[in-house]
Design a protein around this ligand. Structure first.
Ligand SMILES: [Zn+2]
Length: 358
């Protein structure tokens, strides 16, 4: 059977399995969220409990689709129109990595409870819900969302970066996601930007994430206060406790003219700019899309130094082509991206089947 007509007209079930939140949605064929539900991700209760919660959320949003009018002008709780809702034909899952996208297994996410390991998410949810399941890393799914419905629409060579508590990335080369044999290709937070630099959450030194992420900025602020920095950072640490110092506190202190905070933010921006030069030189992208809460908060204060570094230091030919732009889709990108994830993987399956004459 040719899956193309169904893929064009039917919604998919989407699941965003984050370290702290589980979100499910019914995503219409145009990328509209037709229904949604969410719960806490309780990885400390073990994989079975998380899968139970995920199953419940997916059944809830599928149930809303069943209850919707088949023809007419119904309106879903998520705000989308529910006219002629067909049953969903597949499940797309965006999850924390590292994971094996082919086997559909989440391997050993560093931000989850140690018992949450080697979890066969795709096989389990496929068995429980009776639909094919396609899984990929959250940043890969976000890139597919921006590529299908956001700022990277119809651009085949795109690098995606998300700068929030951590830094993640994804690479679309000639219209295909780059995974690598371990599925870790595009983990751009671990680009080396400074020999012997600050420690990264992964244990190594000098990685982009250790310096320019929200957690890296906060750690630099705590270290500055412990080393005797005066000014607004020390005042905030006195008031709220040094462990409560956040990247937002550092950004606010910089805005207020604090020198220590300005130095930390400048260091983070330099690291981000250096990584951008490497990214442009290695991947020759047409577009680099930058999302995440820190990037949203900083805007051009983060992107302009990166653009300038690319102009002045990157290899000339790709530097002339590339544009560095903010992401368009916000927090729902991981859910919206589940639709192009499903479509892309089904297309690959169909292509492989045709090639082998199956
Ligand atoms: Zn690292």
């Amino acid at each position: 059977m040719d899956p193309a007509p169904v893929m064009d007209q039917a919604p998919v079930l989407a699941l965003d399995l984050g370290a702290s939140r589980l979100r499910a949605a019914l995503v219409g064929p145009d990328g509209t969220l037709l229904a949604r539900a969410e719960a806490r991700t309780a990885t400390e209760r073990g994989p079975a409990a998380v899968l139970d919660t995920a199953e419940g959320l997916l059944r809830a949003v599928r149930g809303e689709a069943d209850a919707a009018p088949r023809v007419g002008e119904g309106r879903a709780p998520g705000g989308g129109r529910l006219s002629r809702v067909l049953p969903p034909f597949a499940i797309g899952i965006s999850a924390i990595g590292p994971l094996d996208p082919v086997a559909g297994v989440i391997v050993d996410p560093p931000n989850a409870h140690p018992s949450f390991r080697d979890v066969p998410v795709s096989a389990e949810l496929s068995r429980r819900l009776g639909l094919p399941v396609f899984l990929d890393r959250d940043t890969n799914v976000a890139l597919l969302g921006e590529h299908a419905f956001g700022t990277a629409r119809d651009v085949p060579d795109v690098v995606y970066l998300t700068v929030s508590t951590g830094i993640g990335g994804a690479i679309l080369a000639a219209g295909e996601l780059l995974h690598g044999p371990d599925g870790t290709a595009g983990e751009l937070g671990h680009l080396l930007v400074e020999l012997d630099g600050q420690a990264c959450g992964c244990g190594a030194r000098g990685h982009l994430e250790g310096i320019a992420s929200g957690s890296g900025i906060a750690r630099a602020a705590r270290e500055a206060v412990r080393a005797g920095a005066a000014g607004l950072l020390a005042a905030t640490a006195d008031r709220e406790g040094i462990e409560q110092l956040s990247a937002v506190d550092v950004a606010v202190a910089e805005e207020a003219g604090d020198r220590e905070a300005a130095a930390i933010m400048a260091h983070a921006r330099r690291a981000f700019a250096a990584a951008m030069v490497t990214i442009v030189d290695v991947f020759d992208p047409t577009l680099v899309v930058v999302g995440g809460s820190v990037a949203r908060g900083q805007g051009d204060r983060l992107l302009d130094p990166a653009r300038e570094a690319v102009r002045s230091v990157a290899f000339r030919t790709p530097a002339r082509r590339v544009r560095i732009v903010p992401a368009a889709l916000g927090d729902d990108v991981a859910l919206i991206g589940c639709l192009p994830l499903v479509r892309m993987r089904l297309a690959v399956t169909a292509r492989d089947a045709a090639a082998t004459g199956a």
